[in-house]
Design a protein around this ligand. Structure first.
Ligand SMILES: [Fe+2]
Length: 234
């Protein structure tokens, strides 16, 4: 399948969004779009002669408001989320489901632990990990019914069983790194390489992190897929 692929960045929240398209049918999906970037994203979709069919959410974000509802309103795209995620999504998916973007199969992997609704999406050798697996890091586990033991299992029992050359495309990177691979993270992720489950749980429980600045706005808004009637102050 000839795939069109773009990584997009929102500098305010350090969020990566992704455009995934099937060049032959022209059908496309946006993964984790940011509401303030909807115009930019739709312009790219148009310039590449694509039709936005799906918006895929890896989880309910606490650091930015999703562009899902606005994209749905402007294009008719369907919003896909975990059955534990946004109740207002059009399609709720779970482990093993396959979502089709034209001729591209996107496999749904449940990878909870950062949040109870965390999904990863596998399209060919591209893995979209949300905030479960980050580059040389992991998502936090102290919010949204997070659970460090569960995250360790998601990462080591599910994602690390994928082929080493699988590309890792995360939802964030504060250090400006764009991608990694499963093999690279197995060998060099300081929270996981050579670390036991007990070590990981202890480490995560000792992390003292500030609550995200936007959580009180973003979480309710994202339950509504970032509904356009919700005001967001930057
Ligand atoms: Fe998150």
């Amino acid at each position: 399948v000839p795939v069109i692929f773009r990584q997009l960045f929102d500098s305010k929240s350090s969020t990566y969004s992704y455009l995934l398209g099937d060049a032959r049918s022209g059908l496309a999906a946006l993964i984790d779009p940011v509401r303030q970037q909807v115009d930019r994203d739709l312009q790219l979709v148009e310039e590449l002669d694509l039709t936005l069919e799906l918006v895929l959410e890896t989880h309910l974000h606490v650091d930015h408001v999703t562009g899902a509802a606005e994209l749905r309103e402007r294009t008719g795209a369907k919003v896909v989320a975990s059955e534990r995620g946004a109740p207002t999504a059009d399609l709720h998916v779970r482990e093993g489901d396959v979502v089709r973007v034209g001729a591209i199969d996107v496999r749904v992997l449940e990878t909870p632990g950062h949040s109870e609704d965390s999904l990863s999406f596998l399209a060919g050798n591209k893995l979209f990990t949300g905030d479960a697996l980050l580059i040389r890091g992991t998502g936090r586990t102290d919010l949204q019914n997070g659970d460090p033991g569960q995250l360790y299992d998601s990462l080591t029992q599910i994602l690390f069983h994928l082929p080493e050359e699988t590309e890792v495309w995360p939802a964030h990177d504060d250090a400006g790194r764009c991608m990694s691979t499963i093999g690279e993270e197995k060998r060099h992720n300081p929270r996981l390489a050579g670390r036991s489950r007990v070590w990981f749980v202890d480490f995560m429980n000792k992390c003292r992190l500030e609550p995200p600045r936007l959580i009180d706005v973003a979480l309710p808004a994202n339950r509504a897929c970032g509904n356009v009637t919700t005001e967001v102050s930057p």
